[in-house]
Design a protein around this ligand. Structure first.
Ligand SMILES: [Zn+2]
Length: 133
């Protein structure tokens, strides 16, 4: 057994505590849209449904949002994340886009999900809006 702290599931190479753990576990607010995107990936991996619901923009919270997130988190095993590009989404922006490729397993098959997510601030905090970026 190694004493190294676990690395973050978002693939940043940093420890969980220094990366998405700050947001998912410790309740800090991500400063950039990319940090939120990565932390939501990590939250999916760890089935932290509350984090995913709470970091969705209120305009995008459908009645079934929690169920949909739960279903996705149960059925899909996310295996890796690569952030392809970002636009805006920095500490001083109000909107941002993050394009990413995420590999996952579903019913024993390996698949890839590519998405351009849109993020928008709500009450000062980054939230996920939709995949129509
Ligand atoms: Zn991370």
């Amino acid at each position: 057994m190694s004493d190294e702290p676990p690395t973050c599931q978002c693939g940043s190479g940093d420890s969980l505590a220094d990366c998405c753990g700050r947001f998912v576990d410790a309740g800090q607010a991500p400063e950039t849209a990319e940090q939120l995107m990565r932390s939501r990936f990590t939250a999916y991996c760890r089935k932290n449904i509350d984090y995913l619901v709470n970091s969705t923009h209120p305009d995008a919270r459908s009645k079934r949002l929690r169920e949909e997130i739960e279903e996705t988190a149960e059925k899909i095993k996310w295996t890796s994340l690569e952030v392809v590009s970002t636009s805006q989404g920095r500490a001083k922006d109000k909107i941002g886009k993050v394009e990413f490729i995420a590999d996952y397993e579903f019913n024993g098959e390996r698949k890839t999900h590519r998405e351009r997510s849109r993020f928008r601030r709500f009450q000062g905090k980054w939230t996920y809006l939709d995949d129509r970026g």
